[in-house]
Design a protein around this ligand. Structure first.
Ligand code: SF4
Ligand code: SF4
Length: 344
């Protein structure tokens, strides 16, 4: 174990570096902060701008310092993201265009999918449970989620221990997806309706919300064992961005695509996660039993490798072109089982 980089002392046992250990909280767990083991339902606490400071704040700061300091592309992406967040939205048109929610929905989806950085789009209603605790100032009615794939070959270099592209794919992916979200927001604004695009690096205080639950609610994908979503189009290696708006729209529904059933019997990410942060059992988190990644194990490894994402690239659904057929196969299997159960 070194000052800057830790090591695996056994399979799934990672000993963090001296610096990370020094910055880690002595008594605070990121899992407790995330509500692991809590049966009561309450809203998530944000990592930043929280009334309760995150116990791992110093390690998170080290992560940003290391990723930004060691990768110029990441800095460029972060600057572009911030610049677009602050200056990228056109004024809302004075004249309000009025159409049916169905017509607007069709147009929004067409505009989104025509953008080069958008491959999937879904719409759901904003709910209180998506808003982080203490962040209520944004009262938009709708969340539009857009998503795009990461470059699989670049990301998958992490399977051979090269994490340099993983962080570029994550941070660069956030920036590119945000480009699509702001494009959609600007089209909505041109129709006279308020809208704002948010990417994965957005830091707009007072408007923080969870992006994955509304994406799942709008049918983009399902929560997987690796703690990320799996889409039946993009697999698990993709990024999302959101648009909040009041334009009248029609909501999509969550979709069964066979992810949960597949994850129940697959152990690829559990096996391949170096610090053993992924569990084969669902866990209780803020009143909901679900797949959960151990924050306290994942964070030191991610910090010291300036990224990770092995759980994304190792997932069978992430290999290019595999997800649609895998989903179809799982749905057929589930339908066959249901038929057998009904017949017996
Ligand atoms: S990013 Fe995924 S594979 Fe890497 S340490 Fe975290 S949970 Fe494990
Ligand atoms: S690797 Fe397997 S268990 Fe892990 S998320 Fe992908 S499908 Fe699920």
């Amino acid at each position: 174990m070194g000052f800057w980089q830790g090591e695996n002392t056994a399979k799934h046992v990672y000993e963090p570096a001296t610096l990370t250990k020094w910055l880690m909280p002595k008594n605070g767990s990121g899992n407790d902060y995330n509500g692991l083991g809590r049966k009561d339902v309450y809203r998530a606490l944000p990592q930043f701008h929280s009334p309760t400071p995150h116990p791992w704040f110093k390690v998170t700061a080290l992560f940003f310092f290391r990723t930004m300091g060691g990768n110029f592309n990441t800095v460029i992406s972060a600057v572009k993201h911030k610049w677009r967040e602050v200056t990228g939205h056109v004024p809302v048109a004075d004249e309000v265009v009025r159409k049916s929610p169905e017509e607007f929905t069709a147009e929004v989806k067409k505009i989104a999918l025509a953008h080069p950085e958008v491959e999937v789009v879904g719409i759901t209603r904003m709910k209180d449970e998506y808003r982080f605790e203490g962040h209520d100032s944004s009262q938009y009615k709708w969340v539009i989620t857009v998503g795009r794939s990461m470059d699989y070959d670049s990301l998958a270099r992490n399977l051979k221990g090269d994490f340099s592209s993983a962080i570029t794919q994550v941070i660069g992916g956030y920036e590119l997806t945000q480009r699509g979200a702001v494009h959609v927001a600007n089209w909505i604004r041109s129709q006279g309706w308020p809208a704002k695009g948010y990417g994965g690096l957005s830091t707009t205080e007072g408007e923080w919300f969870l992006s994955m639950p509304p994406a799942i609610a709008s049918g983009i994908g399902q929560l997987a064992k690796n703690g990320s979503m799996i889409s039946d189009k993009l697999g698990s290696a993709f990024r999302i961005a959101s648009v909040l708006t009041d334009m009248p729209l029609v909501e999509d529904k969550p979709r069964e695509i066979g992810v949960d059933e597949f994850c129940m019997s697959c152990k690829k990410c559990t096996e391949d996660c170096p610090p053993g942060a992924i569990s084969d059992k669902k866990q209780m988190v803020r009143g909901v039993e679900k797949w959960y990644v151990d924050f306290d194990k994942c964070m030191p490894f991610v910090t010291e490798h300036n990224a990770c994402g092995i759980c994304l690239s190792t997932c069978p659904w992430s290999r290019p072109g595999v997800a649609p057929s895998l989903s179809q196969k799982m749905l057929k299997k589930m339908a066959r089982r249901q038929e057998t159960e009904l017949a017996s």
